[in-house]
Design a protein around this ligand. Structure first.
Ligand SMILES: Nc1ncnc2c1ncn2[C@@H]1O[C@H](COP(=O)(O)OP(=O)(O)OP(=O)(O)O)[C@@H](O)[C@H]1O
Ligand SMILES: [Zn+2]
Ligand SMILES: [Zn+2]
Length: 739
């Protein structure tokens, strides 16, 4: 016997309310997840339509009281059915509940529109916040200190989550808010409203010869049956955007619809404007700051056929177009395409599945492709299309690498190396612009030597150890721990500790060195107010400043023709993150940063300051040689069985009660080990997770790596079932991550 879980109204807030029905004998072979069926509903047994969200062989309750569904509704698939099937795939692939998957995929109407999300943010600089947290701790204001610490970690805390997860109360928040240390905001920091009607129409540019060639190759691929996904590997400034636009035009002329995914940070006014300029009212733009209600409205417009192009981050992938022709993923290597919430889906993989299901085409583009995509391109699973030169054959910037250890030996303690200082001076003289980029990704926690650059690493895993509040150094991959060190194990220097220099400090140094220079700073602190992000970018574009200093947010996709110098300060900080992808991230960040230089008619230069000038990610980024980087990095992944050489499954368990968590994790680890041992796969951990040093929420994690995807999927499925059937896990939060 088969039983079907059915929801009656998918546009309702409460999609989690499902009802189980018996499936009549004659429908058992036809019925699939996603299908619309007719059911008798309620006391009057009125016939209603419902969506099948799950099928099983075991009844959830007494079958004598269970009704039977009456029929399958449509023979023709609807958009909803396909999206529900997509949700089912995501649930299986990534491990989550069906409700979580459905809520990710479907535009669920919010009941009360005013129920906007509230967030808590810091209102003081990080340096100050550090001091305040210290003071609060010594003054025994533990709860307040905890909140400040959490903000230092997360930047932006969901109000409800903060109350729920670590018991933040109004009496903890209020004094901090009154003193101006924190601030409560409605989430609309980046929200932009573009009135499409006021933007003048623009013609698409004529493609250059290499761009046309790339376009033709894609056309050729699209004639194949079925066409493979296309990866455009085009160097920075080669004009990938122009190629996308021509493809979009072609597909909408065929009467089909297009989804364009871009990283959130690239959704600037300029990008949005260009899309409206080219395609006018056919476009709608989503961003993650829209309320659920606003997103719902945009999806409704798409469903009604009022728009043909949806531009947006990750979630735009679920736009309910009825005749989807093309999905484009720009900057496909970006981390933001991976969801942090269950189901922890990757937009690239999910787009691939949706495209296959709906006979749509998929185009990925990047100057620094992800190892995943490039490997598929090499294997012939994707079609590789190259753009090897910049627009009009403009040269790529000339790059030099400065050894920071050498600078220190020569007595230069400044954050600016001598050659970078000279280069800035030159630019100021010529009236050209410079970008200084502080690579701070993941700087928190790891421990490095100021004299020689040595970073303390796990002896077993080749990832940096992270300093915990209790002073112990911990490996997040295997659980290895050791006490803090007083001296550098390599050079004996006592100057060993966490890295502190921030963008603000760099701005001050610049003011001191170049009193006449006009400087803009773009980082978390200066972009908090609504519209400030745009203001800084447009001011710099209008050449109202000479130097732009900032964090990663300044290196993504921007096109400033007058910039002829890019300086990467402390280029290798991201090499020390406790993550096997840190070399890839470093290479990508640096190559993208370097790529902002010399995009106009004047040739550009870039200077990379590093403690590891010989590291392959620095060397290959300096040479802007993707292929060389790929070879080195892939060899490492093969050696260590990291993705994409193998697949990786992690199980993250978190909870407020450490004892309970440890207990639960013990049971879980034993179970997973038992299953995994059948396949002779070792289980790594349990170890403390890299994320979440929020004091009262403990998080532990288990890892498994294997080359056969089916085996990991089997372990995941069995573990999910085990968790579901054991009520002991109900007080813990369990999340799967599959790569
Ligand atoms: N065919 C063209 N006609 C006119 N201008 C072009 C053409 N192709 C590229 N350009 C100009 O060259 C610059 C770089 O192009 P674009 O921003 O599309 O490059 P990209 O490949 O997306 O670069 P990145 O990966 O660095 O973001 C832009 O200023 C763009 O306007
Ligand atoms: Zn040292
Ligand atoms: Zn380790």
């Amino acid at each position: 016997m088969t039983y079907a879980d059915i929801i009656v109204d998918i546009s309702h807030e409460k999609v989690d309310r499902s009802f189980q029905y018996k499936v009549p004998e004659e429908l058992q072979h036809k019925l699939q997840v996603g299908m619309v069926v007719t059911i008798p509903f309620g006391n009057g047994n009125h016939e209603r339509k419902g969506y099948v969200i799950g099928l099983s062989d075991t009844p959830a309750f007494d079958t004598s009281r269970m009704k039977e569904l009456t029929g399958i509704c449509s023979s023709e698939e609807t958009t909803e059915e396909r999206l529900i099937a997509l949700a089912a795939w995501m649930k299986n692939q990534y491990g989550s509940t069906m409700v979580q998957a459905l809520k990710t995929v479907l535009p669920v109407r919010e009941k009360v529109k005013a129920k906007e999300k509230r967030y808590i943010i810091l209102n003081v600089s990080e340096e100050e916040a550090e001091k305040i947290a210290g003071k609060l701790e010594s003054g025994r204001c533990k709860a307040r200190a905890r909140l400040v610490r959490a903000l230092l970690e997360e930047k932006k805390l969901d109000y409800t989550k903060a109350s729920k997860e670590f018991g933040m109360t109004a009496s903890v928040l209020r004094p901090l808010a009154d003193e101006g240390i924190v601030q409560v905001v409605q989430d609309e920091v980046y929200r932009m409203t573009v009135d499409g009607a006021n933007i003048p129409h623009e013609e698409l540019s004529i493609l250059t010869e290499p761009q046309q060639e790339a376009f033709d190759q894609i056309q050729e691929e699209w004639k194949a049956d079925p066409p493979r996904p296309v990866l455009i590997h085009g160097v920075t400034g080669s004009g990938k955007t122009q190629v996308y636009m021509k493809l979009i035009r072609q597909v909408i002329d065929e009467g089909k619809q297009v989804i364009v995914l871009v990283p959130e940070i690239a959704l600037t006014y300029q990008t949005v404007r260009r899309f409206y300029g080219w395609f006018g009212e056919k476009v709608s733009v989503l961003n993650s700051r829209l309320s659920a209600g606003e997103r719902y409205d945009q999806f409704k417009r798409a469903k009604r056929g009022e728009i043909q192009i949806m531009v947006g981050p990750r979630s735009a992938l679920f736009t309910p177009f009825s005749n989807l022709g093309l999905i484009i993923i720009d900057e496909e290597h970006e981390q933001s395409y991976k969801s942090e919430n269950s189901p922890r889906y990757h937009a690239r993989e999910t787009a691939l599945y949706r495209a296959q299901m709906e006979n749509a085409r998929l185009v990925l583009g990047s100057a620094t492709p992800s190892l995943e995509a490039y490997t598929k391109a090499k294997d012939g699973e994707f079609r590789l299309v190259k753009l090897d030169a910049r627009f009009e054959d403009r040269p790529l910037p000339k790059v030099s690498v400065v050894d920071l250890r050498e600078e220190l030996r020569e007595g230069n303690r400044s954050v600016l190396s001598r050659s970078l200082r000279k280069a800035i001076e030159n630019r100021l003289k010529c009236g050209e612009q410079a970008i200084l980029f502080l690579n701070r990704r993941g700087y928190a926690g790891f421990v490095s030597c100021r004299s020689c650059g040595e970073v303390l690493k796990c002896p077993h895993c080749d990832v940096a150890l992270t300093e915990h509040n209790n002073g112990r150094l911990v490996c997040h991959y295997c659980g290895y721990e050791q006490p803090r060190v007083e001296k550098c194990p390599v050079c004996g220097s006592p100057y060993i500790g966490g890295f502190k220099a921030g963008t603000q400090q760099i701005e001050q140094v610049l003011h001191k060195n170049f009193p006449k220079a006009r400087i803009l700073r773009m980082d978390y602190d200066t972009t908090r107010a609504k519209g400030s992000y745009e203001k800084i970018l447009s001011s710099f574009a209008a050449h109202e400043a000479d130097i732009l200093v900032g964090t990663q947010m300044i290196v993504k996709g921007h096109d400033f023709p007058d910039v002829t110098l890019v300086g990467a300060l402390a280029a290798d900080l991201s090499l020390n993150v406790a993550d096997y992808r840190c070399a890839e991230r470093t290479f990508q960040l640096l190559t993208q940063a370097v790529g902002r230089s010399g995009r106009g008619t004047k040739p550009g230069e870039a200077i990379i300051q590093s403690y590891h000038p010989d590291h392959y990610s620095i060397q290959t980024a300096a040479a802007q040689d993707y292929e060389a980087f790929y070879q080195e990095e892939m060899a490492y992944r093969m050696l260590m069985d990291y993705p994409p050489a193998a697949h990786m499954l992690s199980v993250l368990v978190s909870g407020e009660n450490e004892e309970l968590l440890e207990q639960g994790m013990d049971y879980l680890a034993k179970f997973v080990e038992r299953i995994a041992s059948r396949y002779r796969i070792p289980v790594i951990g349990p170890a403390y997770a890299a994320v979440g040093k929020v004091n009262d929420i403990y998080r532990k994690v288990l890892y498994l790596k294997h080359r056969d995807e089916r085996i990991l999927q089997d372990i995941k499925d069995k573990t999910e079932k085990y968790i579901e059937l054991n009520s002991g896990f109900r007080r813990l939060y369990i999340q799967f991550d599959y790569t």
